[in-house]
Design a protein around this ligand. Structure first.
Ligand code: 5AD
Ligand code: SF4
Length: 461
């Protein structure tokens, strides 16, 4: 595949992102790296000379999606299109050798620590036609020298640490993203300041295990306090923490800084101590419930959300009932529920057969989804009649005459703005009038000075 003169000029990259917020952030890093190497980022697939898929490996259905997409792309290539196709991220890293088949439609494979080498890899494929791959995981790569290329908006992600050292037995992340490493506090604070100067109102600190952050003498509480002190920032969020790293110091920082949002995503995973031990989660049902009480005590009004897995190997009906019991006790504001999906390389894959049937998994997940819907509705109904601060993010998807924003606790609010004059990034007082399990509906609270915020930059969307 030798480059023609025309192809030498045309280097347009189209990038699709699958998976978590960390992948969204990584795609912004990739765009920045490529834009600095004379590649043009396009949002039109049909214009692309290079198509990159930033992939996820967390459950089998994440893989299935990518295989289906690669099927489409095979048709494109078979029709004579000489587009270069690259697979990035967790799935590329996870499947390594299995993917490098000579008949594969993919030209480039790059794991999460290889993005700085992408421009050279793409150039090489374009010049020689030979496939390229890089699966080196690094103990040091934190990309703190790359400033992500973001779409202007209200919220910006900042990855403050990468990788994971927990080795929960079900989880593929330690194998796809490697060892835990943190950026310096200063580099995160500088990035937050720059984001404010660009018009962003909120930052969300990201990490696979974000509260394990440690850089020299600074821990996660120090980092949160430092970011919350950045002038001009309205809100600071973080995700995803592990229940094992919630010292009082962190809860105090959350309580003391008004800008740090009162929302904790606290992944439960399972309610039975035996299953939790098999998962290597390092807490028990009792200690998890005690942590919930402590968080609620120290951060009044906090919103609690969670992740739960049903059908982990050997989980019995009685043990599943313990998950139900914890969910009943805590009454989370919302929950992501998953059927256990066996992942190659993980400890569970090597040690525990995936022996809960698909029918049992389905039965259990349906129970949890119904239960959570009830709890979410109950929690949202509690908000009716209250006046809450909402950071406006965008026009509502269903109706451009309405705005969509979030409360401090990360609840989605849809509101009408009959008087006009508000823009993305405004903080407004909203009285909640109605609720569904996923959304609050409100109206602007009249006669309040925050109705007329300082003029703010209109954000192009
Ligand atoms: N099967 C099902 N769910 C999983 N998760 C992680 N690994 C698996 C797996 N193998 C879920 C966990 C985690 C969330 C991001 O995805 O609940 O918190
Ligand atoms: Fe998927 Fe986990 Fe990788 Fe995110 S870190 S893309 S959730 S496998």
């Amino acid at each position: 595949m030798i480059e023609t003169k025309k192809e030498k000029q045309a280097k347009r990259v189209y990038l699709e992102t699958y998976g978590c917020q960390m992948n969204e952030y990584d795609s912004e890093l990739v765009k920045s790296i490529l834009a600095n190497s004379d590649y043009e980022i396009t949002t039109r697939e049909e214009d692309a000379d290079v198509i990159l898929l930033n992939t996820c490996a967390i459950r089998e259905n994440a893989h299935d999606k990518i295989y289906a997409r690669l099927g489409d792309l095979k048709h494109l290539k078979n029709s004579g299109n000489r587009v270069v196709i690259g697979l990035l991220g967790c799935m590329a890293q996870n499947l390594r050798g299995n993917l490098e088949r000579s008949d594969s439609v993919v030209d480039i494979y790059a794991g999460p620590d290889s993005y700085k080498r992408l421009p050279a890899m793409i150039d090489s494929v374009r010049q020689t036609g030979r496939k390229g791959f890089d699966f080196n995981l690094s103990e040091f790569e934190d990309y703190s020298d790359v400033y992500p290329k973001r779409v202007p908006g209200v919220n910006a992600w900042i990855a403050v640490m990468r990788g994971c050292d927990n080795f929960c037995t079900f989880c593929v992340v330690p194998y796809t993203r490697g060892r835990e490493r943190s950026r310096s506090l200063q580099s995160v604070v500088s990035e937050a300041k720059r984001l404010v100067s660009e018009g962003f109102k909120q930052v969300t600190l990201l990490g696979q295990n974000v509260n394990s952050y440690r850089s020299h003498h600074d821990d996660f509480a120090d980092l949160m306090a430092a970011v919350a002190s950045v002038d001009g920032l309205k809100r600071v969020r973080f995700t995803s923490p592990h229940p094992k790293d919630f010292p009082e110091k962190l809860l105090k920082v959350m309580a003391e800084h008004a800008k740090i949002c009162n929302h904790v995503h606290l992944p439960l995973q399972a309610g039975s101590d035996r299953v939790l031990e098999m998962m290597a989660r390092t807490y028990t049902k009792k200690s998890f419930l005690a942590l919930v009480d402590k968080i609620r005590d120290m951060v009044p009004g906090v919103t609690l959300t969670t992740d739960v897995i049903v059908g982990f190997p050997t989980e019995t009906d009685a043990e599943f009932e313990e998950t139900v019991e914890v969910m009943e006790k805590v009454q989370f504001d919302s929950a992501f529920t998953f059927k256990y999906s066996e992942r190659q390389n993980t400890i569970a894959y090597r040690k525990f057969p995936d022996d809960v049937t698909e029918a049992q998994k389905t039965e259990r997940i349906v129970r949890l989804v119904d239960l959570q819907k009830k709890h979410s509705l109950h929690r949202n109904y509690e908000q009716i009649g209250k006046t809450v601060k909402v950071l406006i993010e965008n026009h509502s998807k269903r109706n451009v005459a309405e705005w969509m924003g979030r409360t401090d606790g990360n609840r989605i609010v849809v509101l009408k703005d009959d008087k006009g004059g508000h823009v993305e990034g405004s903080m407004v007082d909203v009285t909640i009038r109605d609720a569904t399990p996923h959304t609050l509906f409100g109206e602007l609270h009249d006669a309040c000075c925050s109705l007329h915020p300082q003029p703010e930059r209109q954000i192009a969307v």
